[in-house]
Design a protein around this ligand. Structure first.
Ligand code: TTP
Ligand code: MG
Length: 363
């Protein structure tokens, strides 16, 4: 059985601001954009939540609900620094860390429990986060990602909740459908319209009915209602593309020579994909050309399926080469890059749609 921990920082941006400025502690603090700029709330302190303020609400409305709240503009760089600090704590325990957002991650500690338990590891992580950053986090411990995530939100702030296989069904049955992974605002409303309010109601639905009502997500909801979520903790890689480019020793006009170079780079590309574990290939191929006068263009194509073999990459690149001025203008640099990794995604786990008006997360 797997042991998964989900850790989520409490009122993250607001807690960081309260740490930086003692005058903000114990007070309703809103981090977000200014009302005169039609700003929205990124988050707010727990003191502010008592007034009904929440993320993505217009700041003007938030200040109407709590005129004494203190509005602070976000300091993303600072939050990113803290985010890196907590991530390095996670990595002290396992490499199987999946970063979900700036303040939360899953850890798979199945193989890290010698002489300890997942619960103790989670306690230790919370303590270390507090020592290193002065902030509190909440944690959930269970045998899959879905339950660990719901559990971490169960006793916020500064909480820890364990859901064992024995307790799971009772725990799930009581959950409001809105807390199921993949149930966004629209799906929640549709479920409520169908009379599905809790996990228990969801479990009473047949697979067929769920598929009829929710398409490919139906099977996912059917499994979640029974505490089944096999999705692995997948370490998050920042890499979104992989490429290689060559600056030529001399500018080249001859397309034959350019093609030969591109053939070599296509072979390198296959090796690069292999070395980064993207052996299923990538769907988007981009050709970059810099002309003798330093003007530069890129031409790309997104294919219906991924390419991986150097021959296929090369063939695709030749199509792109036709859309350049190769042969007419001397070229000083050529490069190929591949992105959009993996097979065409078959939707198994629906994405939770962020609410409108979200502040963009920093890159
Ligand atoms: P959350 O973990 O959703 O919220 P939180 O950490 O502020 O509060 P909680 O104790 O309930 O976990 O999001 C983490 C940070 O991401 C949050 O501090 C601010 C930012 N954020 C936005 O900028 N816009 C949003 O709509 C949300 C939900 C979060
Ligand atoms: Mg949080």
């Amino acid at each position: 059985m797997r042991k998964i921990i989900h850790v989520d920082m409490d009122a993250f941006f607001a807690a960081v601001e309260q740490r930086e400025n003692p005058e903000l502690r114990g007070k309703p603090v809103i981090v977000g954009g200014r009302p005169q700029d039609r700003g929205v709330v990124a988050t707010c302190s727990y003191e502010a939540r008592k007034f009904g303020i929440h993320s993505a609400m217009a700041t003007s409305r938030a200040l109407y609900l709590c005129p004494d709240a203190i509005l602070v503009e976000p300091h993303f760089e600072l939050y990113m620094r803290v985010s890196h600090e907590i991530n390095s704590i996670f990595h002290e325990y396992t490499d199987l860390v999946e970063t979900l957002s700036i303040d939360e991650a899953y850890l798979d500690v199945t193989d890290r429990q010698e002489g300890t338990t997942a619960y103790r590891i989670a306690m230790e992580i919370k303590k270390k986060i507090c020592l290193k950053t002065g902030l509190t986090a909440s944690a959930g411990v269970s045998y899959n990602k879905f339950l660990a995530k719901v559990a971490s939100g169960y006793k916020k702030p500064d909480g820890i909740t364990v859901v064992t296989p024995e307790d799971a069904q009772e725990f799930i049955d009581k959950l409001p459908v809105g807390s199921f992974y993949g149930v966004g605002k629209v799906t929640e409303k549709r479920m409520l319209d169908l009379g599905i309010k809790t996990g228990s109601d969801l479990r009473k639905m047949s697979l067929e009915d769920l598929e009829n009502s929710f398409g490919s997500s139906g099977g996912w909801f059917y499994s979640l209602a029974r505490g089944i979520d096999e999705s692995p903790v997948t370490p998050y890689y920042e890499r979104k593309s992989a490429g290689r480019e060559i600056t030529l020793p001399q500018d080249i006009l001859d397309t034959g020579q350019i093609r030969a170079l591109l053939e070599n780079i296509s072979e390198d590309e296959q090796d690069i994909l292999k070395s980064i574990g993207e052996e299923k290939g990538a769907r988007t191929v981009t050709l970059k050309v810099k002309y003798f006068d330093f003007s530069q263009i890129t031409r790309s194509i997104t294919l219906p399926g991924p390419v991986y073999k150097s021959d296929d990459i090369y063939k695709t690149v030749l199509r792109l080469l036709e859309k350049t001025e190769a042969g007419k203008k001397k070229i000083r640099l050529v490069g190929i890059s591949m992105s959009n990794f993996g097979e065409k995604i078959i939707v198994k786990k629906p994405e939770k749609k962020p609410d409108e008006g979200l502040l963009p997360f920093p890159e």
